[in-house]
Design a protein around this ligand. Structure first.
Ligand code: ATP
Length: 457
C-alpha cells in the first residue's frame, strides 16, 4: 500500500449518499449504544449490577458535557457585561428551603399500583384508571405528596439541628448571595448571577437515559431587574435561550417554546415558558424560563431578617428586584445535542455513523492520525499534535487502519482529522479530512493552525 494522500480516500469510501431517517426507539437505542461503546456515558456502578438512574460520564462524555457547560457560560457570562458567576454550596441548611417553599411544596404526587406495587407520578400517567406496568384496572392508591429533596446530616451527630439538604436546584444560591454579589461586584439591576452545578432530586420515576436522573447538572441564571422591566426581560430571555440551542445545532423543527397556561403557572410567576426538544418519545423540557417576580428575594428577606431590597441612587427609589430565571439542564441538553447530531448514511455500501455535533461541543476538535505506527511518522505526528493540542482538545490515535480510525472519529463527532503520511516527511504537509463532507485538503504543516482556526471556534 502506498502512503499518499490520495490513498486515504481509497480507504474512506466516497461521498455521502444521504442521511438515513431514524426515529423513536430505534434512534434512542442507537444513541445509548454509541454512548456506551464510545465512552460518552456509562451506567453507574455497572460491575455491581448498576445503580438505577445514575450515570458516569466517560472520557468523551466528560469532554462534551464540559463543552456544553462552557458554551452556556460563554454566552451567559463571558460575552456579556451584565452577568457575573457564582459557585454556591451544594449542602445547605433547612432555613434556605423553608424560605424558598421547597420543604413545603417541592413534592410530586405519588401513586402506587396495589396489584404490582409499581410507583408512578400521578401527573405523568396517561390513564388514571389503568396501570401501565401490569394493566390492572382502578388499582391505584390515592396520591401522596412526596418531597423530592435528599435529606442528610452534617456532622457526627444525627440530630435535627444538623439536618442538611442536597440542593434540588442551583437557584437559591444566587438569591441568598444577592446582597454579597451586589456589594462585591458593584452591579446594578438589570444584572444577573449565573451558576452551573450539580442538583439532586429524589425523582419517583427517573428514566429515559440521562433525561431524568436523581443527580444531574443545571445551568441557571437569575436576572434581577427593576419591577417595571420584568415583562420585557422575560421576552428577551425567551428569545435568547431558544437561539442558543439553535446556534449549537438543534434543528428548528425539533425545538419549540411552549408557554405555560394559567393552571401550570406557579402562584408567584407571571409568565413561564419551556424550551422543548423533540426527543424520540415526544416533546420534553430542556429549560424553563420564568418571570418569578419579587417572590424569592421577598421570601428570603422575610425569613432571614436581612433587607434584600435595592436602592437606586439615580431615581432615589427603593425596590425589591424582580427575577427572570432561565433554568436549563446541562446533562439533559447534552442528550438532546447527541440525539440531534446522530446520523447514519450509506457510503459505498457501508453504513457510516457520524455525530454531526457543532464543533464547540464536540469532545475533540482535531484528531491527529499517523498513517502507520512507523517511528518516522510518529515523530512528525507528535510534532503536529504539539501544534494543535494547546489550542484545541485533540486526540492522537495510531492503532488500526486509517479507515477505521476515521470511522471512530466520525462516531465521536470530531470535526477534523489530520493525517500524517510518508509524503509528509518530504513535503511537510498533512491531509485534513472534514467530518461532514469527508473532503480532504492537503495543507502545509506550517499553515495547519491557521487553516483549522478559520474553521473551528
Ligand atoms: P421536569 O418537569 O422535567 O421535572 P422541572 O420543570 O421540574 O422539570 P426545573 O425545576 O425547571 O425542571 O429545572 C430546570 C431544568 O433542569 C429542566 O428544564 C431540566 O433540563 C433540568 N432537570 C430538572 N430535573 C432534572 C432531572 N431529574 N434530571 C435531569 N435534568 C433535570
Amino acid at each position: 500500500m502506498s502512503d499518499t494522500a490520495a490513498d486515504h480516500s481509497a480507504t474512506d469510501p466516497g461521498a455521502p449518499a444521504g442521511g438515513r431517517e431514524l426515529s423513536g426507539t430505534a434512534l434512542m437505542d442507537k444513541v445509548v449504544n454509541l454512548c456506551k461503546r464510545r465512552g460518552f456515558v456509562f451506567p453507574s456502578a455497572e460491575i455491581y449490577g448498576g445503580f438505577r438512574s445514575a450515570y458516569d460520564y466517560g472520557p468523551e462524555g466528560v469532554l462534551m458535557l464540559r463543552n456544553v457547560k462552557d458554551a452556556w457560560w460563554r454566552s451567559m457570562v463571558q460575552m456579556r457585561t451584565d452577568v457575573v458567576g457564582l459557585d454556591a454550596s451544594i449542602l445547605s441548611p433547612p432555613a434556605i428551603w423553608e424560605a424558598s417553599g421547597h420543604l413545603q411544596n417541592f413534592t410530586d404526587p405519588l401513586v402506587d399500583c396495589t396489584k404490582c406495587g409499581h410507583r408512578f407520578r400521578e401527573d405523568h400517567l396517561e390513564d388514571l384508571g389503568t396501570c401501565p406496568n401490569c394493566g390492572a384496572k382502578d388499582s391505584f392508591t390515592g396520591a401522596r405528596a412526596f418531597n423530592l429533596m435528599f435529606k442528610t446530616h452534617a456532622g457526627p451527630v444525627e440530630e435535627s439541628a444538623a439536618v442538611a439538604y442536597l440542593r434540588p436546584e442551583t437557584a437559591q444560591g444566587m438569591f441568598v448571595n444577592f446582597a454579597n454579589v451586589l456589594n462585591a461586584s458593584r452591579k446594578k439591576p438589570p444584572f444577573g448571577i449565573a451558576q452551573v452545578g450539580k442538583s439532586f432530586r429524589n425523582e419517583i420515576t427517573p428514566g429515559n437515559f440521562v433525561f431524568r436522573t436523581r443527580e444531574f447538572e443545571q445551568m441557571e441564571l437569575e436576572f434581577f431587574v427593576p419591577p417595571d422591566q420584568g415583562a420585557q426581560w422575560y421576552e428577551y430571555w425567551c428569545r435568547e435561550r431558544v437561539q442558543w440551542y439553535r446556534e449549537l445545532g438543534i434543528p428548528e423543527a425539533s425545538l419549540r417554546l411552549r408557554a405555560h397556561d394559567a393552571e401550570e403557572l406557579s402562584h408567584y410567576s407571571t409568565g413561564t415558558s419551556d424550551v422543548e426538544f423533540l426527543f424520540p418519545w415526544g416533546w420534553g423540557e430542556l429549560e424553563g424560563i420564568a418571570n418569578r417576580t419579587d417572590y424569592d428575594l421577598t421570601q428570603h428577606s422575610r425569613h432571614s431578617g436581612v433587607d434584600l431590597s435595592y436602592f437606586d441612587q439615580e431615581s432615589g427609589s427603593r425596590y425589591v428586584p424582580h427575577v427572570i430565571e432561565p433554568a436549563a439542564g446541562a446533562t439533559r441538553s447534552m442528550m438532546a445535542f447527541l440525539i440531534a447530531a446522530y446520523d447514519e448514511e450509506e457510503v459505498r455500501g457501508e453504513t457510516r455513523v457520524v455525530l454531526r455535533l457543532h464543533p464547540r461541543i464536540a469532545p475533540y476538535k482535531v484528531a491527529v492520525l499517523p498513517l502507520s505506527k512507523k517511528e518516522t511518522l510518529t515523530v512528525t505526528s507528535r510534532e503536529v499534535l504539539g501544534l494543535v493540542q494547546g489550542r484545541w482538545m485533540s486526540d492522537h490515535d495510531e492503532t488500526q487502519s486509517i479507515g477505521r480510525r476515521y470511522r471512530r472519529q466520525d462516531e465521536l463527532g470530531t470535526p477534523y482529522c489530520v493525517t500524517v503520511d510518508f509524503d509528509s516527511l518530504e513535503d511537510r504537509a498533512v491531509t485534513v479530512r472534514d467530518r461532514d463532507s469527508m473532503a480532504q485538503d492537503r495543507v502545509p504543516i506550517a499553515e495547519l493552525v491557521g487553516f483549522l482556526a478559520e474553521r473551528l471556534p
